[in-house]
Design a protein around this ligand. Sequence first.
Ligand code: URA
Length: 206
Amino acid sequence: MATKAPGADPPETADLGELRSAAAGCRGCDLYRDATQTVFGEGSRAAEIMVVGEQPGDQEDRQGAPFVGPAGRLLDRALDEAGFDRRKIYVTNAVKHFKFKRDERGKRRIHKTPSKTEVVACRPWLHAELTAVRPELLIFLGATAAKALLGDDFRITRSRGERIDLAEYATTAVATVHPSAVLRAPDRDEAYQAFVADLVAARSTR
Ligand code: URA
């Protein structure tokens, strides 16, 4: 008998509440062991736009909501400047548990990039969110999010701000950098303006 590959196993429903409850108990990979909780996407099923980040950060892990920390504040500001209404956007992550390591003193939790296996294990949740929300526009923030659906060959540096047609989900996608990369950039103003320009390009695909 064929055995099922490990990974998330969402119920077949378009009800985001049901999906969220099921995701809370996900054991599709080992990240649930150290994280505080599953951080599921947030927003309305009627949202026309979906933003996909990498994984929850420290604040998101504690609060149980995506993009509520420093990267989220920068994202809110940039979306606003690009002419989007954040309240009408569904926001989620490719991986729904916080992956981290402890600093030398064992105090601070430092972000660790999720592995390909973890991204693949979590992908059924993203697929379920996309199937439920059916956004007209998908915005990927950073390489992990983009590669989760566009494949390993996708390069943000080469294709940021460009329109991509995603036949599988009948939607248009645009990838840009992750807001954390903007926060870390040597010239933060320049990086921020380029980020906003990508979001403006995404908005103009509609
Ligand atoms: N970074 C992400 O990719 N997602 C969040 O929710 C927060 C920080």
